[in-house]
Design a protein around this ligand. Structure first.
Ligand SMILES: Nc1ncnc2c1ncn2[C@@H]1O[C@H](COP(=O)(O)OP(=O)(O)O)[C@@H](O)[C@H]1O
Ligand SMILES: [Mg+2]
Length: 360
């Protein structure tokens, strides 16, 4: 039997969710699969009293996750906000999986998202044959979530045109969606809420109207605070994805992950992290943790399929180049300057310097 490429969180971590459900004797908000306490355990990981090990999903400040979880237990919706690659979508999926047992009621926001995609559309054959009826109505994932009392996810909310975004106001404030064509409405069942994600780096973002903003509690997900934390995130996700893709490479040496993360952090923050704090220029690219994960992952694919299975400088160099240089003119200048003034000077980075120079 062939496996799906990527399981939903509630499938992949079914065992953990079940173990948590068994020990969870705290009060649950109506229609929640777990108590807020257990949802937090699921997100942050840890050992249960019976010895069962829950893996951490979010690595970072637990307080942020506490605020996120408790927001969902109120009548306010949750907005996860931050630069790309800070685990907004990731947290949104795991929160929905833990709270509702279902992370699939998802609307992907784009510049082309229409009101129908947020509310409901019509099956035109039915509509023409029988006129407007329940049967002719095609509910959106949002409407499904309202009816089932589960969490709806809206990805990249600020990419949706402002007038379409405002469709959400009635849903979030009145917890109902009128269907004027049928003279009815869909009333949200207890347990319904919305988790939206938005990033502040997109071109063409549509600011949330203040009416809509008021309906959301915003939690800003930061880039990892320290190099150690970021190395931990990358190592963990690379191991998980390497396993899923069955890459024939050894887990990367910590030192190689550390170097990639350090380069990302130095370019992102505009200064070196080796104590001297030399100023460097930042490229136009985001250089998020998510991209560091991809650089190591593609390096491992190279090493596994075309090398000796050990991730080396040559395997990460091309990925680095691709991640750093998004604007072929300006970013190339920045990258070259960084190579010559920082990478070249580090005595144990000679292999990486050579490999990166060869790519240019
Ligand atoms: N603090 C973190 N804890 C755990 N994983 C993280 C963290 N930051 C980034 N990641 C990883 O980065 C990847 C991309 O995250 P994603 O949710 O797609 O970013 P966003 O939606 O914010 O752009 C995910 O695989 C996630 O595991
Ligand atoms: Mg995202």
């Amino acid at each position: 039997m062939s496996q799906v490429l990527r399981q939903h969180a509630e499938q992949q971590f079914a065992e953990e969710l079940e173990a948590l459900r068994k020990v969870d004797d705290r009060p649950r908000p109506p229609n929640w699969k777990l108590s807020p306490w257990a949802v937090l355990q699921y997100l942050m990981g840890g050992k249960l009293d019976n010895g069962f090990e829950v893996t951490p999903k979010y690595i970072g400040n637990p307080r942020l996750m506490e605020i996120a979880v408790s927001t969902l237990a109120t009548d306010r919706a949750l907005l996860l906000y931050g630069v790309p690659g800070t685990a907004k979508s990731w947290v949104s999926e795991h929160l929905s999986a833990a709270v509702s047992g279902d992370s699939t009621m998802l609307v992907q926001g784009t510049a082309g998202t229409s009101e129908e995609q947020l509310r409901y559309g019509w099956n035109y054959a039915q509509l023409l044959a029988h006129g407007p009826s329940e049967q002719a109505l095609i509910p959106s994932p949002l409407v499904h979530a309202m009816k089932l009392g589960k969490i709806a996810r809206i990805e990249e909310l600020t990419r949706i045109p402002a007038d379409v975004q405002d469709t959400l106001i009635t849903v979030l404030s009145e917890k109902t969606l009128p269907v004027p064509e049928l003279g009815t409405e869909v009333q949200a069942v207890q347990g319904f809420s919305v988790i939206a994600t938005a990033n502040n780096r997109d071109k063409g973002v549509n600011e949330l109207s203040s009416a809509l903003k008021r309906r959301f509690n915003t939690v800003v997900l930061p880039v990892p605070a320290s190099q150690d934390e970021e190395v931990q995130i990358v190592t963990k996700r690379v191991a998980e994805q390497g396993r899923a893709l069955a890459l024939p490479a050894e887990p990367p040496a910590l030192q190689e992950v550390r170097r990639v993360v350090q380069i990302f952090r130095e370019l992102r923050n505009g200064q070196t992290e080796d104590g001297k704090s030399v100023r460097v220029k930042s490229p136009s690219s985001t250089l998020s943790t998510a991209e560091a994960i991809s650089v190591i992952n593609s390096g491992m694919a190279l090493a596994g399929h075309f090398g000796d299975g050990v991730l080396r400088a040559g395997d990460v160099a091309s990925g680095l180049l691709g991640a750093v240089i998004k604007d072929p003119v300006q970013d190339t200048v920045v990258w070259k300057e960084y190579l010559e003034t920082v990478v070249k000077e580090r005595s144990d980075w000679k292999d990486l310097y050579r490999a990166c120079r060869e790519q240019l």
